[in-house]
Design a protein around this ligand. Structure first.
Ligand code: NI
Length: 186
């Protein structure tokens, strides 16, 4: 039997190390790996994330006072309609905003939550915290400051400040049990 032929039919020998690769160290080796792997990985990641809508939620809180009364009605009528809420009282309100969109493959964000927090603070919280909602906030003048009216006005103040199409919902918690919400989907 020809010993040389038997050897050639066996499993392939491991490839000899590439001297050029051995010479690369540390950052150079990482860079070489990135050049051959990262671009295709990012492309796959982009395809995957593009198919999924992610919702991001941010809460901010404030303390404020209000009373429910219609100045056009008598005291008795107001008390019958709004019961004990006719008297001035306070709540710890929680403003909850949801944005929804695709994850930006470059940043991993739908939206920077610091940006969202700043908008909520600048457009709503700063003006209402530790205020009487019936008398102290110019942009709340008019409608009775029920939680339903508050959430509609908060939506109107937030929506123009956020990137088009991302605002999904605005919710205001008046107590642990009661909240009202504007749903941006209709
Ligand atoms: Ni109340």
């Amino acid at each position: 039997m020809d010993h040389r032929l038997q050897h050639e039919a066996g499993p392939p020998l491991p490839r000899a190390p590439n001297p050029a690769a051995i010479a690369l160290k540390g950052r150079e080796r990482l860079r070489a790996w990135q050049l051959t792997h990262v671009s295709s990985f990012s492309e796959n990641s982009r395809k995957r994330t593009g198919l999924i809508t992610v919702m991001v939620r941010r809460r901010e809180s404030d303390n404020a006072a209000h009373q429910l009364c219609d100045p056009e009605l008598s005291d008795d009528e107001n008390r019958r309609l709004f019961r004990k809420c006719v008297d001035l009282h306070g709540h710890k309100y929680v403003l909850e905003v949801v944005v929804a969109g695709e994850v930006d493959p470059a940043t991993g964000y739908v939206m920077d939550l610091k940006f969202l927090s700043d908008v909520m603070g600048r457009r709503v919280i700063r003006d209402v915290d530790h205020r009487n909602l019936n008398t102290d906030v110019s942009w709340l003048e008019g409608p009775i400051p029920t939680v339903k009216n508050l959430v509609r006005t908060f939506w109107e103040r937030l929506q123009p400040e956020l990137p088009a199409g991302l605002l999904r919902s605005v919710r205001v918690w008046e107590t642990d049990k009661n909240w009202a919400e504007v749903d941006g989907r209709g």
